[in-house]
Design a protein around this ligand. Structure first.
Ligand SMILES: [Zn+2]
Length: 254
């Protein structure tokens, strides 16, 4: 999908995003409140384009209202605030359940035994397929700083632009792949050790599960609690800032 300037302008001109509902979305999420006026306009435009291109549908009896669509789109667009919608190419659907949903899959353990697993999930991203979210988790904005299932799942989507999720998205021209590997490799190893020893960390221990989860969780925290990411893993923070082309700590402090 390639957005010509003309097409982009036309979609933006024709959109009728309710201003009141949009303000409510901005007020709801702490990380959108710190955006400058210019950045808020950009987020609004990305959100309009996102809603034009993607279909956000309810499942499990959930009726998806426009305001809910806007909430999901705005959070997803925080990651591409300074990139473009092309980062969400190749799929169209976001499926939203009222609450945690059950994912069923088959897996083979280390001893070669196959299991059929039914696990409650808050979010899921399919390679070249839909993003699935629990609205209860997508909406929840209290008590758990750094946790954001929408940003988490869309970070997986960006990671999957170059194949199965592995914590290595397609970097921009001019970014150093070796530097990315070094920063993430060392941080992941260190983080796993800390979690195994039960040491306290401001980052969700779920990040220790897999390099792909490390990237998704650190992307969540990069937007939600950026100072914690910079304090604990400065080199990872710098790589993320270069990749997402934004510096959220700077935003919070100015
Ligand atoms: Zn994940």
């Amino acid at each position: 999908m390639w957005f010509s300037t003309w097409r982009r302008e036309r979609i933006l001109r024709r959109s009728a995003l309710d201003e009141c509902a949009w303000r409510a979305v901005i007020d709801r999420y702490p990380f959108t409140r710190t955006l400058s006026g210019e950045e808020q306009i950009r987020l609004r435009e990305q959100t309009v384009l996102f809603l034009h291109e993607k279909s956000i549908v309810g499942a499990g009896g959930l009726v998806v209202r426009d305001e809910m669509r806007m909430c999901i789109a705005a959070q997803a667009c925080m990651l591409i605030l300074n990139l473009n919608l092309d980062y969400y190419r190749g799929w169209v659907e976001v499926i939203v359940y009222p609450d945690e949903f059950v994912a069923e899959y088959d897996t083979v353990d280390e001893d070669g035994i196959a299991h059929h697993v039914e696990a409650p999930m808050t979010g899921e991203s399919w390679l070249e397929g839909p993003v699935i979210l629990s609205w209860a988790d997508a909406e929840l904005r209290s008590g758990n700083p750094g946790y954001n299932v929408v940003i988490h799942e869309f970070a997986h989507k960006i990671d999957m632009l170059n194949g199965a999720a592995n914590g290595f998205p397609p970097l921009h021209a001019g970014m150093d792949r070796a530097a990315w590997s070094r920063a993430f490799g060392a941080a992941f190893k260190n983080f796993r050790g800390r979690v195994a020893r039960g040491e306290p960390t401001a980052i969700d221990p779920y990040a220790a599960e897999h390099p792909a989860e490390f990237f998704a969780v650190l992307s969540e925290a990069f937007i939600e609690t950026p100072a914690a990411v910079r304090a604990e893993y400065g080199e990872v923070y710098r790589q993320l800032a270069e990749f997402y082309r934004q510096d959220p700590v700077e935003r919070v402090e100015t």
